[in-house]
Design a binder for this molecule. Structure first.
Ligand code: ADE
Length: 252
């Protein structure tokens, strides 16, 4: 059965590009993925179809009313062929990580609620399983955040990406950043491809790549090293780097 994304949004048109383009479009056409959009303005009951209102207690902007979105969600849940985790997208959520994408890719689907304006009335949160942020910045709405999660999850579903092996070495696969990669030409802008990659010695290349991953992560994302799975050899390599001093500021 297709992996199913249900997206609750006041702006379903924002998702039209996804249907047409690239691997996601192909997976939707092939029936590996299913994308259902739900405009919850249909569930407003006043004649102006009002989805927002002023916050109690005062403050800037407008809030999304809880009743239409929760009515839309409940209607959807009676029709879904299976229950899927419901995520509310908000800059006030917990941070989305690759390990979440792996966990959600195991299930039959995902239901994503996209906010707008100053966000949802807080009582909507009792109807969702998790509140998720894609990063420490504020977007105009949850739609782009939902697309980020959709793409990160979809590419882990079997059949969406042609070369599944490419998932193993990529950044965040095991808590480290990816090693640098090179293709032709051998010299570009005065920079040569590292000799080791032309040596044909696969064990040496694997060791070099592992060290590059460690060095890069230490330089760019030292916070990731705390939770990364490191061998004694990895730890020794990092200790040797530390003995040389802190990472140089700027690009590695
Ligand atoms: N909506 C607005 N900003 C967001 C963010 N950073 N993550 C998820 N949803 C959002």
């Amino acid at each position: 059965m297709a992996y199913r994304f249900d997206i609750l949004t006041l702006f379903p048109g924002l998702f039209s590009g996804l249907r047409q383009e690239s691997l996601l479009g192909k997976a939707l056409d092939a029936g590996t993925l299913d994308l259902q959009l739900h405009d919850w303005r249909r569930f407003t009951t006043d004649k102006h179809h009002t989805a927002d209102d002023a916050p109690f207690g005062g403050g800037a902007g407008l809030l999304l009313k809880p009743d239409p979105v929760v009515a839309c969600l409940q209607d959807l849940q009676t029709k879904q062929p299976f229950a899927s985790p419901v995520l509310l997208l908000s800059p006030a959520g917990r941070l989305f990580r690759q390990q979440d994408a792996h966990a959600w890719a195991q299930g039959p689907g995902l239901t994503l609620l996209c906010g707008r304006y100053e966000g949802f009335d807080a009582r909507v949160e009792t109807s969702v399983d998790d509140v998720i942020s894609i990063g420490d910045y504020v977007l105009n709405g949850g739609e782009v955040a939902a697309m980020v999660i959709l793409e990160a999850v979809a590419r882990l579903i079997p059949g969406v990406i042609g070369n599944a092996a490419s998932l193993h070495d990529e950044s965040h696969a095991d808590g480290l950043l990816e090693y640098p990669q090179y293709t032709r030409p051998r010299t570009f802008a005065g920079q040569d491809v590292p000799d080791i990659l032309l040596s044909g010695d696969h064990a040496k290349i694997a060791q070099w790549r592992r060290q590059q991953r460690l060095q890069r992560t230490r330089q760019r994302r030292p916070d990731l090293l705390v939770n990364a799975t490191l061998s004694a050899q990895d730890a020794g390599f990092l200790a040797a780097l530390d003995a040389l001093g802190p990472p140089e500021p700027g690009r590695p």
